[in-house]
Design a protein around this ligand. Structure first.
Ligand SMILES: *Cc1c(COP(=O)(O)O)cnc(C)c1O
Length: 495
């Protein structure tokens, strides 16, 4: 027998626990046509006799079950989501409306070019906007996400260097890089060499000069880097690389700090990717759809993945599938089309001034938080920061409280945790990116919560160490969950 319990949403059990034999979620009148034998229709032995323990529930039970579960989810529509590096900004709902317009949502990827002129025009318009924003000279919209864009970009570098006789062996990566950068280099067949940052948290030009040999294919740099600091020597970095025939790859996932202010193409970047699902407004998380367009300079253009969009006779747009030097396809179709549509809607709705204002607000908000917390949390790098700030847990660690504990306690105050323990060059990192979406009132609440947790860490560390106190489950055994996941419900064995 089930018992009445407070807070039905939070105490919702498994759907299997709602099951009673014979319950159905549908009701149909008696059959007035001949019955088809499913085994005969579907080919005999593929039919399962029964599914052990399959839940038997009514329609309203199904609806309530999943509606209750949906309230466990925390998203940017529920509150501030201050993950650093990921740019969890609010995504205007009008972009969703546009992406769902019938002619857009229902288009078939194999529709002939002649019947898809509107969609091709969307791709062309978006390409133009992104080229203007980045200062690059050609672009592919194909890659499905940031890491995929990186791989595409490095394959372009490899193809270009190969066409000049030698693909080279190494990719240089600063120690402040995002983890996808070394993974990309390795998958593209390169050795990774780390570049140590200087005391300011940026690339050390002398270290770089010594590292760039004829073996080096490219440097992959994130700008602003994962400390939220702008690599102000980016122009000099490009010169050092180019003098040795190497390329400059920029990880543009943090473009939320640059749009409308700085164009990487003008700073000497040869190839870069954007994360449309971060900077240009698509709801993301949990591996949902993204898009990682790659912008290049002219010399890399012949290698872009096919198909490439071109304007033909009479202004008709068409996709060109055969180009002799192309690296091939990196995706079956053109990116995730719905994400591209959202990005264009966002860019056009903001306009140039709006995009610039978003950048400025993102930087202002991050610095407001930095100022509000720098007397209670340790700030290892003091350089001015852009769209995110990175503290360490050094002051709290003395009381046994680490960054992960502070993050768990933040949940009790109604906020999603910030990014924990990343970037790796800051021991015990708290990486905070509020984005431009948040009001001053919300930022003040966040600062107040973080200050209160700093006080608790000092005066009553146990409160922080045992957090969260207000959630359905407390601390999960994350190691066992990762090593021995139980992914399937099994019928309890009858006694
Ligand atoms: C998010 C991110 C990536 C990877 O992007 P995905 O779309 O998750 O593959 C790469 N670099 C940086 C700096 C990022 O923040």
């Amino acid at each position: 027998m089930k018992k009445a319990r407070p807070h039905v949403n939070q105490n919702e059990g498994l759907i299997f626990e709602h099951s009673s034999p014979g319950k159905r979620a549908w009701q149909l009148p008696p059959l007035d046509v001949p019955e088809v034998d499913p085994a005969a229709a579907l080919g005999g032995d593929h039919i399962r006799e029964s599914i052990g323990g399959f839940p038997e529930v009514s329609e309203v039970e199904v609806v309530r079950h999943f509606t209750r579960l949906s309230t466990w989810n925390y998203g940017v529509d529920t509150g501030l989501y201050p993950l650093g590096s990921c740019t969890m900004k609010y995504n205007p709902k009008v972009n969703e409306v546009v992406a769902r317009l019938e002619g857009i949502a229902g288009v078939h990827p194999y529709q002939p070019d002649a019947l898809a002129q509107g969609c091709l025009k969307i791709l062309r318009l978006l390409s133009g906007c992104l080229l203007e924003i980045t200062g690059m000279e050609a672009i592919t919209l194909q890659p499905a996400a940031g890491a995929h864009g990186e791989l595409t970009g490095i394959l372009l570098v490899r193809a270009y260097l190969e066409s000049r006789g030698n693909p080279r062996r190494k990719i240089l990566i600063p120690d402040s890089a995002h983890g996808t950068n070394p993974a990309t280099a390795a998958i593209a067949g390169y050795q990774v060499e780390n570049i140590r940052s200087n005391a300011l948290g940026t690339v050390d030009l002398d270290v770089l000069r010594r590292a760039v040999t004829e073996e080096v294919a490219a440097l992959m740099i994130t700008n602003p880097n994962t400390l939220g600091i702008f690599e102000e020597n980016i122009g000099a970095i490009a010169e050092i690389l180019h003098a040795r025939g190497a390329q400059l790859y920029m990880d543009g996932a943090n473009m939320n700090a640059l749009v409308g202010m700085v164009r990487p193409g003008d700073a000497g970047v040869d190839v870069m990717h954007l994360n449309l699902h971060k900077t240009f407004s698509t709801p993301h998380g949990g591996g949902g759809p993204g898009a990682g367009p790659v912008g290049v300079k002219k010399h890399l253009e012949p290698f872009l993945p096919v198909p490439v969009l071109e304007k033909g006779a009479g202004g008709r747009l068409r996709l060109i599938h055969h180009r002799p030097q192309a690296i091939g396809r990196v995706r079956a179709f053109t990116g995730n089309f719905g994400v591209l549509v959202r990005a264009l809607a966002y860019i056009l709705a903001c306009g140039g001034n709006g995009l610039k204002a978003a950048t400025q607000d993102a930087v202002l908000n991050a610095n407001y938080i930095r100022k509000g917390l720098e007397d209670v949390y340790d700030l290892p790098y003091k350089q001015p920061s852009l769209h995110e700030c990175v503290f360490s847990d050094r002051l709290q660690a003395g009381h046994g409280v680490r960054t992960g504990d502070i993050a768990k306690r933040l949940i009790d105050y109604g906020f999603h945790p910030y990014t924990v323990s990343f970037p790796l060059i800051v021991h015990g990192a708290l990486m905070i990116e509020p984005t431009e979406s948040e009001s001053k009132e919300e930022l003040d609440l966040f600062i107040e919560a973080m200050r209160e947790i700093a006080r608790e860490a000092e005066q009553e560390p146990q409160t922080v160490l045992a957090a969260p106190h207000t959630t359905r489950v407390g601390r999960l055994d994350e190691v066992t969950a990762a090593r021995r996941p139980i992914l399937r419900w099994q019928e309890p064995i009858a006694e």
